[in-house]
Design a protein around this ligand. Structure first.
Ligand SMILES: CC(=O)SCCNC(=O)CCNC(=O)[C@H](O)C(C)(C)COP(=O)(O)OP(=O)(O)OC[C@H]1O[C@@H](n2cnc3c(N)ncnc32)[C@H](O)[C@@H]1OP(=O)(O)O
Ligand SMILES: O=C([O-])CC(=O)C(=O)O
Length: 379
């Protein structure tokens, strides 16, 4: 048999059409339904971007009012979901909590077995509206704090921060969080979205597809990298009184040592972008604002020290998780809660793809080249 041209990891393989987003590594651009993500991050709320991803167009004022009212009505933590989360030990990873919560919400949804386009849209909005309460509650219970009720006078991002910290955050912090939600929302056929599409292709339901996608996102080669970035910063050592230059020098030395040991450093590199991630400049600008707001130049020193040393040694650029990790750290999130923030955002992109897959379905079932023993028989 002729040797097959196997594309390990499906590298470079185009498997379907999509109209949700376009990643162009040559021009370093990312379009959601045709709009550059940088423009959306500068001018829109996350609610508007969620509506765009699901409906293909930005909302009119009336549509936005109706849509935000639906989101606000779905924010409360379901007491049964809370009970299930409480059964998990507080040593359970927050991504396991999210995955479990998504599954429970699926089992409890009144339209659980209905995968019509209308039911899927409703389930997507419900899941998106409900996930911040899970993420916020989980961080609070680990800290021994009581849950905080949602506030329907606040937008999605302000309310998310309110439920997590129990204090209203200043606009510059809310804005940086809103930017991160928009940038994390969608990225074509990445591993977790592809997982969701594979599950959908069997005619399984939306919550099953999202639950599987959360599992795929957890790994450090994908969404788990934003958490891993902070572990790197912690390993180097965060010293709040240190100058930018001193921190940068220690980070540079750490990176040189890591690369000499042939380590993979999370937060760098990307399967599609080879000259830098289109979202990094926008996220880095948000990080810079947080560094200025919280007065933490040493974080910038660590960031720059690692980035420059990696660039000099290997020419590998940061991905979105690199600036997102320290941004969430400065805002006060626990490191293990960073990837659940990615989940809360990416629910929009995943479910847009689930609905696209369902509307034009073909079972996803590739082939493999067998390399095990030749046919043999029991003695
Ligand atoms: C939002 C997101 O999900 S973005 C991705 C988040 N993931 C990470 O940050 C994890 C760290 N990065 C990586 O592991 C990789 O860059 C990936 C998995 C993201 C993409 O990798 P691939 O396209 O499969 O490239 P691959 O892993 O084969 O790397 C190519 C070369 O660059 C090196 N390389 C790539 N990324 C890194 C890194 N972060 N640190 C050190 N070396 C790296 C590899 O070691 C390899 O070198 P070699 O050719 O000498 O063996
Ligand atoms: O596209 C990818 O492979 C990973 C990524 O950046 C994302 O999912 O946001």
């Amino acid at each position: 048999m002729a040797e097959q041209d196997i594309k390990k990891g499906l590298t470079g393989v185009v498997v379907d059409y999509t109209s949700v987003s376009k990643v162009n590594p040559d021009t370093n651009s990312l379009l959601y339904r045709g709009y550059p993500v940088q423009e959306l991050a500068a001018r829109c709320s996350f609610e508007e971007v969620a509506y765009l991803l699901w409906n293909g167009e930005l909302p009119t004022q009336d549509q936005l009012a109706e849509f935000t009212a639906r989101e606000r009505a779905g924010r409360a933590l379901d007491p049964v979901v809370k009970q299930v989360v409480d059964v998990l030990p507080d040593t359970a990873h927050p991504m396991d909590v999210c995955r479990t919560a998504a599954s429970v919400m699926g089992g409890r949804h009144p339209l659980a077995e209905d995968s019509s386009p209308e039911a899927n849209m409703k389930k997507a909005i419900d899941l998106w509206a409900a996930m911040p309460a899970v993420v916020a509650y989980d961080q609070r219970r680990r800290r021994g704090q009581d849950p905080v009720e949602p506030r329907d006078d606040l937008g999605y991002s302000a309310n998310f921060l309110w439920m997590t910290f129990g204090e209203e955050q200043v606009p510059v912090v809310v804005e940086a969080f809103n930017v991160s939600m928009i940038l994390y929302a969608e990225h074509s056929f990445n591993a977790s979205t592809f997982t969701a599409r594979v599950i959908t292709s069997t005619l399984s339901d939306l919550h099953s597809a999202v639950t599987g996608a959360i599992g795929a996102l957890k790994g450090p080669l994908h969404g788990g990298a934003n958490e891993a970035v902070m572990h790197t910063f912690d390993e180097i050592g965060i010293r709040p009184q240190e100058s930018l230059e001193e921190a940068a020098a220690r980070a540079k030395a750490w990176m040189e040592d890591a690369l000499a040991q042939k380590k993979k450093v999370m937060g760098f590199g990307h399967r599609v972008y080879k000259h830098g991630d289109s979202r990094v400049p926008t996220m880095k600008a948000a990080l810079d604002k947080m560094i200025a707001h919280y007065g933490r130049p040493e974080i910038l020193g660590l960031y720059q020290g690692l980035e420059h040393a990696m660039d000099e040694a290997k020419g590998i650029k940061p991905n979105l998780d690199y600036p997102a990790g320290p941004t969430y750290h400065l805002m006060g999130f626990d490191t293990a809660a960073f990837t659940p923030l990615f989940v809360a955002s990416r629910i929009t992109g995943w479910t847009a793809h689930i609905m696209e897959q369902a509307a034009s379905n073909s079972l996803i079932r590739p082939l493999s080249e067998y390399i095990g023993p030749e046919e043999r028989h029991l003695a």
